[in-house]
Design a protein around this ligand. Structure first.
Ligand code: NAD
Length: 351
């Protein structure tokens, strides 16, 4: 079984990815800085699993990363580590440049030096997979979809920092020959999603009886992908993607934000009706739009389908129902995020 160095594996997508990979017998060295978005609770099912080695550290720490590569000799690096929330990037872009650009550069340099030290099949088979976003392509009008050859036109500090990291990954292939792969994925949702992002935020506030904030007119369109479909896509690209290529990953599930919020309200009304009998749609509150808010994203994932046979398994309807059930069944996980104890206790233990 292979060994992978996964970065950012205590976050939303990385956590889902690591749980599945270790479940499949892969050894994962999980390097995560445990920013506010990192949550060791997500990884609790792996606490006694010898195939999961958790390392609390920064992708920008060259000495640490080089040491991990020398010690564990991974067959691949999968880079999820990032600052990932657009609103936070508007308030404070510097942290996004530090991790997403400077940090990715350090990781790439360590990966290059490690890869150069390999020989034979180990060198031939090594891969550096960089997980990125469709937001690098900017915004669409009412028609069209992002393809791999769509020009980059990032509009937020977050997407600009991810675009820069994608370019560095590309450059490390062209300049040094590092065997890289890049995936650009649409909006994810599912279990273990930090409740600052639209779907988990709305679920939490809807259950608490609080106003449900919707930006602008709520008609921004996103292409939603269930997180396990994204994890499968990454595994597929890692196994068979052509070195140096980028692959778009999408859910074929375009929805307006307001449609998403209303779908959540309707499902929660069915599963856990409000005590006063009121519909949760009545909690919807329109708030001032996010500055520079992209209007529409849509992904053409036909390259990944045609070359590697990947397609999403989840419709939005199935994915959102499973997501809501997960949040209802895992209120303790949500509560520990909301009250902050997920950070204090784990970090205090020196994790
Ligand atoms: P997340 O914010 O939930 O998790 C990021 C993780 O990275 C956290 O555990 C955090 O502690 C860790 N981290 C941050 N800075 C670090 C550093 N310097 N060193 C090591 N670890 C660090 O993010 P996510 O939603 O799981 O996204 C993961 C990746 O996927 C990101 O690169 C993001 O750009 C990309 N992506 C996300 C989406 C989405 O919808 N969430 C869509 C497409 C692509």
């Amino acid at each position: 079984m292979p060994t992978w160095l996964v970065t950012g594996g205590a976050g939303f997508i990385g956590g889902n990815f690591v749980l599945r990979a270790v479940g499949d017998g892969i050894k994962v060295v999980n390097l995560d800085a445990l920013t506010y978005a990192g949550n060791r609770d997500t990884l609790a099912p792996l606490d006694d699993n010898p195939n999961h080695v958790f390392v609390h550290g920064d992708i920008g720490d060259r000495e640490l990363v080089a040491g991990l590569l020398a010690e564990h000799r991974p067959d691949a690096i999968v880079n999820f580590a990032a600052e990932s929330h657009v609103d936070r990037s508007i308030d404070g872009p510097a942290a996004f440049i530090q991790t997403n650009v400077v940090g990715t550069l350090a990781l790439l340099e360590c990966a290059r030096d490690y890869w150069k030290s390999l020989e034979g099949e180990a060198k031939e088979n090594f891969r550096f997979l960089h997980v990125s976003t469709d937001e690098v392509y900017g915004t669409l009008g009412d028609t069209g979809k992002f393809r791999e050859d769509t020009p980059y036109a990032p509009n937020s500090p977050y997407s600009a920092s991810k675009a820069a990291s994608d370019h560095l990954v590309r450059a490390f292939h062209h300049t040094y020959g590092l065997p890289v792969l890049t995936t650009n994925c649409s909006n994810n949702y599912g279990p273990y999603h930090f409740p600052e992002k639209l779907i988990p935020l709305v679920i939490a506030k809807a259950l608490a009886g609080e106003p449900l904030p919707v930006y602008g007119d709520g008609k921004q369109v996103r292409d939603w992908l269930f997180v396990t479909d994204h994890c499968e896509a990454i595994r597929t690209v890692l196994a068979g993607g052509r070195v140096g290529e980028t692959y778009n990953v999408g859910g074929n599930s375009e929805k307006q934000n307001i449609e998403v919020v209303k779908a959540i309200c309707a499902l929660l009304d069915q599963r856990r009706p409000r005590e006063d009998g009121a519909k949760r749609e009545s909690q919807i509150t329109y708030v001032a739009d996010r500055p520079g808010h992209d209007r529409r994203y849509a992904i053409d994932a036909s390259k990944l389908r045609d070359e590697l046979g990947w397609e999403p398994r989840y419709s939005f309807e199935r994915g959102i129902a499973e997501t809501i059930d997960w949040y209802l069944d895992n209120q303790a996980w949500v509560q520990r995020v909301l009250d902050g104890s997920y950070r204090l206790e784990r970090i205090g233990q020196g994790a």
